[in-house]
Design a protein around this ligand. Structure first.
Ligand SMILES: [Zn+2]
Length: 313
């Protein structure tokens, strides 16, 4: 069974720790090559996120992360960089694992269109607009004032749209989300968010938001953060993930739902889902509850269809 995972933070850990080896079975990495291989992950998205603990974050830090992505992650004959739909199709003819480079939060771009274009040149194909708090472009979902976009943010959003970079609304404020729905013409994704009506965490999406993602032919990645699945940190079972899939399905989203684990960005885990190598436990649970073609769509096909339609051809 092939798998696409729409979000992980392994790059952040590699950036913070020079000694971590992506190609070894590192206990400190939830996502690393041997675990991806074992699980059958075919495509993994790798987010560049600058932790709030970095003093004086700069564009240079993001360039260092891109360098790490090329130098310590893609430097394996079985890893393949996915920048276009054609890359993805070629990947399917090989035994390799595909990697998509993404940015979590526009913070560091500071309205600079040259920076934006440079990241696109370097292969960044999806961008989250904010992390949890406000940045120069828009408010994040934990920002109490719940503002939307700034003028500069809207300007960059237009540029992102015209360049064909995929917009990721996970972490965006509710007001920002609806502003985007009004003005943004292309399909967009929430790479790692769950259903608010099942778990009322601010990071989750209301039914109306989920319907808007479905309506734009977007994609929602169900995430394995325990407290976005249930109101609990521990002992959250895999069946809880299935409840969220069911819910998106009940809103008409069966073809618009996939996974975005948030591995390496979490410090609590779903039971029996401690790292990417344990994806098989989800597959087992899915196979007991859905048809083979549904399971294939949730794990792989829905993300694949979205990416083939929205990556540069
Ligand atoms: Zn995140």
């Amino acid at each position: 069974m092939r798998i696409v995972d729409g979000h992980c933070d392994a790059l952040t850990k590699l950036f913070q720790n020079d000694r971590l080896d992506f190609h070894a079975d590192e206990t400190e990495l939830d996502v690393c090559f041997p675990k991806l291989k074992r699980a059958g992950v075919k495509v993994q998205c790798f987010a560049m996120y600058l932790s709030e603990s970095i003093t004086n974050p700069s564009f240079d830090h993001i360039l260092q992360m891109v360098d790490i992505f090329y130098r310590r992650l893609l430097n394996h004959p079985e890893m393949m960089f996915i920048r276009t739909a054609a890359d993805w199709r070629a990947l399917e003819q090989s035994q390799k694992i595909g990697a998509i480079l993404t940015l979590e939060g526009l913070d560091i771009l500071a309205g600079n269109m040259t920076y934006l274009r440079i990241l696109h040149h370097l292969g960044v194909r999806s961008m989250g607009l904010t992390w949890n708090y406000a940045n120069w472009a828009a408010d994040g979902v934990m920002e109490p004032r719940n503002g939307g976009f700034t003028k500069k943010g809207l300007r960059m959003l237009k540029e992102i749209e015209s360049m064909g970079i995929i917009v990721d609304v996970s972490h965006l404020s509710v007001a920002g989300f609806w502003e985007l729905v009004d003005i943004y013409k292309k399909p967009f994704v929430a790479t790692h968010s769950n259903a608010k009506s099942l778990c009322p965490h601010p990071r989750n999406l209301s039914d109306e938001q989920i319907k808007a993602i479905i309506a734009c032919k977007g994609l929602m990645g169900i995430t394995f953060v325990p407290y976005f699945l249930e109101n609990s940190m521990t002992d959250v079972p895999i069946s809880s993930i299935l409840r969220h899939i069911d819910h998106v399905g009940s809103l008409g989203g069966e073809s618009h739902v996939g996974f975005g684990s948030d591995f390496d960005g979490i410090e609590h885990w779903v039971k029996d889902l401690r790292h990417t190598g344990q994806y098989g436990n989800i597959i087992d649970a899915l196979c007991k509850n859905y048809t083979e073609s549904q399971v294939e769509a949730f794990l792989y096909g829905n993300w694949r269809n979205f990416m083939l339609a929205n990556l540069p051809q």
